[in-house]
Design a protein around this ligand. Sequence first.
Ligand code: NAD
Ligand code: UPG
Length: 566
Amino acid sequence: MAEKYEAASRRRSVGPLARRVSTPLSYLTRSFHLPRSEHESSSTPPSLLIPQRLRQPDPDPAARGRRGSHCRVGQDFRSYLDSLRKMVKICCLGAGYVGGPTMAVIALKCPAIEVCVVDISVPRIAAWNSDQLPIYEPGLDEVVKQCRGRNLFFSNDIEKHVAEADIIFVSVNTPTKTRGLGAGKAADLTYWESAARMIADVAKSDKIVVEKSTVPVKTAEAIEKILTHNSKGINFQILSNPEFLAEGTAIEDLLKPDRVLIGGRETPEGQKAVKALKDVYANWVPEDSILITNLWSAELSKLAANAFLAQRISSVNAISALCEATGANVTEVAYAVGKDSRIGPKFLNASVGFGGSCFQKDILNLVYICECNGLPEVANYWKQVIKINDYQKSRFVNRVVSSMFNTVSGKKIAVLGFAFKKDTGDTRETAAIDVCKGLLGDKAKISIYDPQVTEDQIQRDLTMNKFDWDHPIHLQPMSPTAVKQVSVTWDAYEATKGAHGICILTEWDEFKTLDYKKIYDSMQKPAFLFDGRNVIDAEKMREIGFIVYSIGKPLDPWLKDMPAVA
Ligand SMILES: NC(=O)c1ccc[n+]([C@@H]2O[C@H](COP(=O)([O-])OP(=O)(O)OC[C@H]3O[C@@H](n4cnc5c(N)ncnc54)[C@H](O)[C@@H]3O)[C@@H](O)[C@H]2O)c1
Ligand SMILES: O=c1ccn([C@@H]2O[C@H](COP(=O)(O)OP(=O)(O)O[C@H]3O[C@H](CO)[C@@H](O)[C@H](O)[C@H]3O)[C@@H](O)[C@H]2O)c(=O)[nH]1
């Protein structure tokens, strides 16, 4: 088993563990004044990169017109070179799910720009400099391999790279506040504010500071105050450039974004900064997909986009409850509704509930901003999206317990999938946490399998308080009192062996092709299968002998006779 674990670990990326398990104490002790790491010496960028385009033929001359950094008619070669040199350094604070992939793609598409991603976490940077990247994201390894050491660097020497940069992206955590004013709703800007103060301290030349993190509207105004108050005459331009990538498809999303949004001040300096950032993206994003707005529109658009997306899921999940009550089929309903071109087919999959580090946090943030602006009706409207999501998770738990003769005490429940969606090892706010906690509350014994999530991570998630997961300073060493009723395996067949019931909580493709006959044969009878993602063919499973529940689908005759679920 130990060998298997090691082999499986080697197959996997380090995952969020690098941040939350192996290194927690580093967060408690680190300041911005960090010693150079071992990796530094081999990965510190050269002081100035010679633009590759000057040495290599342009691979796509036809695209020149839409790129921003080519020598224009009337511009002499030296000033062209100077303009490139002036633009060559980007630093990104925060080497996480956003900072890492985003900067890797900028480095890939802009060989003339030197990109350095910095972080307060030493192990996280070490992982970026190794063969085991700290996050699992399809396609990311290839992009990093292509650029790392060429024009993409990862470092803990934050001050040095901030001081040298022309453009500084800030992509640090903006979690929900856990205490004090606005606790449980407002964004905690501690990490952002300390990043801004550090930039003000170390800057010796003009900088463009880009909000990449998701922040409340008007954050740029506060950041501007911090920077200009300490600025020693240095000119800082703040831009809002929110990120819209989704985990699991981050590289695809970054290579072909639906849009890039840049908000800036409407002053000549502000517009110059907007143009400089636009020129970076214009290396691969068509001009008409780069939207320019004022600062506040850009900041608010990010929160609004996530609220709209989450609202669609809560809408279809609300309908899923009605489908179960009436005999309608949510897949058919969603298909019929999505065929209306005004509605569209995407993001209408009923599920056990949305998770991830963004939707809940950003909607709570929006709710708080509405309340602060005297708009309680608007706040309540958006709050309902979260309430339905919580309802969907507890409805699922209730369905499991009521179906299994109203108790799961002492029963083995296999959980297939713990990540918040497929193709990621990220477990932040995953619905699986609430479902497992609910089942544990009824004294179930849980056996979990997820192809990308480790036991340490799962134990940590099940013992952590709400909202604490996104606060580096709250990270503690592995709790010695891990949840005993929970076991974690690297094998779906082992997880389901001897189980009374199975809950599918993540839509991993491999769950569609498991040998369910073999699984059924190894389970206690009657064998229950609760599909929280609608990934299995319920009719085939019933033929095997399972009692099946699928979200929003007509109920199994067995389940109809069980106590009603609220
Ligand atoms: N994860 C996503 O899919 C996604 C997508 C769009 C936007 N966002 C937003 O982007 C921001 C970052 O999200 P993430 O998922 O990348 O978070 P993350 O936790 O993966 O990464 C944040 C990193 O910032 C580092 N950090 C904190 N303070 C720092 C400082 N002062 N200097 C340097 N590094 C510091 C942390 O150590 C951590 O590694 C959040 O505001 C989030 O809402 C996230
Ligand atoms: O039809 C659907 C689509 C998604 N989900 C769930 O919703 C959650 C979020 O999924 P998704 O949006 O694909 O992933 P994220 O990485 O959280 O990306 C969202 O949050 C990011 C952070 O702000 C934004 O940048 C992205 O645009 C936005 O899609 C996951 O639990 C999904 O399983 C459903 O239940 N049904």
